[in-house]
Design a protein around this ligand. Structure first.
Ligand SMILES: Cc1cc2nc3c(=O)[nH]c(=O)nc-3n(C[C@H](O)[C@H](O)[C@H](O)COP(=O)(O)OP(=O)(O)OC[C@H]3O[C@@H](n4cnc5c(N)ncnc54)[C@H](O)[C@@H]3O)c2cc1C
Length: 503
């Protein structure tokens, strides 16, 4: 009996405890919801009054920059040179400064499909056998300047003139013409001359800018062979693609690699400790902007702030007294604008997004470069395929290359992967003589001018698939690759668009 009572007591106690637990569990969402609600209320109230939030963000800045990528870091740094302008930079990702491998040039493949990449794919592409194409986009301060191939390539001078023409009538349009714009290349460059490339005219480049450019990366022997082959095929040698002489020709690649063998990014170059110490700049990482706040009552429509989400799950708002600069890249800029009600009305309305500005062009006119990769076996074994080692010999070579890099900052780990380039025109009779190519196969002239290319070939001293996220086609063999790029899209693939799948 006693035993039974004890059991009943135990059950009762369990039941009480259990029901208390159930009650607490049931109440949790309510409590959480209320706290969140109160916090939201508090945060949104604080955004319209004085004070700072837990991250030291005040409620109002002159300029709010959305996206601390390649463009956002430059903008933040340059704007805050004027101490009277206060700037808030909101970046969805983290800083790359603490990542050990981030500055090793060849390690760019480490970022793709990592937590520092947005993990995007296109929709199935009709012109790529219905495949969804991988679309790397870095989620980091410095943005895609952390993951790109470090190729210094500004485009043809006539591209800039064409850009100015297309903007004719808009404020500042004429400043995009090449002759006016080229001063900014000099302002941003720090050209590091190289004895191996003596014919580059250093007077054509800046010497004191924050961004290192030069020939300090690795060039495989295969790379010189590629350049020589291009020359033999009729593509002239270029000593520098980035001058008023234009881009046509072939050469080893000029890169954004410093003399000490490290990659430079806009975070490193522009968000220096001195810049970050400025009292008129606040940088917030892991801040994902959900929309731009817009004042419709003002004359026209005016961006007056931004709404952003922090890892605590809460939504914060901040006001901009002068401007909101959306620099979230080619994909996320139109997305944020659309979520803010700025875009094609007929696309936004079905999502229940109130339209503040019906601008059909938002999300349209997307131009990407289509690339066809051609992989080859390398009988000479000069290829860098051993950096993804399979055999013991390759492991030893990879170990040697790593040791060389650690000791000297030189060697194969400073390869930018795209070590040489060739730019040509598809109507060049030297390359495509009429006896081999019938007139009907000559494509439309999509270039911006007679000195501008429509074809690029870049050379990699190793073969890889999908940004090296899949095993290469070599399976331990030595390989290299040519990548054929269609620089200017032809009529049938010209009108790509970005649309929302879900709000
Ligand atoms: C794989 C690859 C290779 C390339 N190779 C070269 C090359 O060799 N040479 C060359 O000149 N160019 C190269 N490019 C192109 C070049 O890197 C890009 O044109 C350039 O980095 C784009 O700069 P951006 O500022 O417009 O965008 P990004 O640099 O992408 O910056 C956008 C920023 O916005 C942030 N962001 C996005 N959404 C939000 C949000 N909701 N809230 C807050 N922040 C947000 C992102 O995290 C990112 O930091 C390459 C690009 C890629 C992807």
């Amino acid at each position: 009996m006693d035993h039974l009572y004890k059991s009943v007591d135990a059950v009762a106690e369990w039941a009480t405890l259990h029901s208390r637990t159930v009650l607490i569990l049931a109440a949790l969402p309510l409590v959480y919801g209320s706290v969140t609600y109160l916090q939201r209320g508090r945060r949104s109230r604080s955004s319209s009054g004085a004070g700072r939030n837990a991250l030291g963000v005040t409620n109002i800045y002159d300029v709010v920059i959305v996206g601390g990528g390649t463009a956002g870091c430059v903008l933040a740094s340059r704007l805050t040179e004027d101490p009277s302008i206060s700037v808030l930079l909101l970046e969805a990702g983290t800083s790359a400064k603490g990542l050990q491998f981030a500055e090793v040039p060849v390690a760019l493949i480490r970022f793709v499909r990592s937590k520092w990449d947005f993990g995007l794919y296109t929709e199935p592409q009709a012109h790529a056998a219905g495949r969804k194409c991988m679309w790397p986009q870095a989620k980091l301060l410095g943005g895609c300047s952390n993951v790109n191939a470090m190729i210094v390539q500004y485009g043809a001078p006539s591209d800039y003139d064409e850009w100015a023409r297309l903007q004719r009538g808009q404020p500042g349009a004429s400043e995009w013409v090449y002759d006016s714009f080229k001063q900014y290349f000099r302002k941003f460059e720090k050209f590091n001359p190289s004895k191996k490339f003596p014919y580059v005219d250093r007077t054509q480049h800046g010497a004191d800018g924050p961004f290192d450019i030069g020939y300090d990366g690795h060039y495989s022997k295969l790379t010189s062979m590629f350049v020589q082959s291009c020359e033999r095929s009729g593509i002239p040698r270029s000593h520098d693609f980035n001058t008023a002489l234009g881009t046509l020709g072939t050469s080893e690649t000029m890169t954004y690699i410093k003399p000490d063998g490290r990659r430079i990014t806009t975070e490193i170059a522009y968000l220096t400790p001195e810049v970050l110490a400025k009292s008129n700049l606040k940088v917030v990482t892991q801040a994902s902007v959900t929309r731009v706040l817009v004042d419709k009552a003002a004359a026209g429509v005016r961006a007056v702030g931004a709404e952003y989400k922090l890892p605590d799950g809460l939504i914060y708002t901040v006001k901009a007294s002068q401007e909101v600069a959306v620099c979230a890249g080619a994909i996320f800029t139109p997305k944020i604008l659309m979520l803010s009600g700025i875009g094609p009305a007929e696309h936004l309305s079905p999502f229940g997004i109130p339209v503040v500005a019906n601008i059909p062009g938002v999300g349209s006119h997307l131009k990407d470069h289509l690339v066809v990769d051609l992989a080859y076996m390398d009988k000479t074994r000069q290829s860098l395929s051993y950096l993804a080692p399979v055999t013991l010999t390759q492991r030893l070579r990879a170990f040697g290359a790593t040791a060389q890099y650690l000791l000297t900052g030189k060697g194969p780990l400073t390869s930018n992967i795209g070590e040489a380039l060739a730019f040509a025109r598809s109507d060049d009779p030297n390359l495509f003589p009429s006896e081999g190519f019938s007139v009907s196969t000559v494509p439309e002239d999509t270039t911006s001018g007679q000195d501008a290319p429509d074809i690029e070939i870049f050379f990699s001293p190793m073969a890889y698939i999908e940004h090296a996220t899949k095993p290469g086609p070599s399976n331990g063999k030595y390989t290299f690759m040519q990548h054929i790029v269609l620089l200017r899209l032809t009529e049938d693939v010209r009108n790509d668009t970005l649309t929302l799948r879900e709000p």
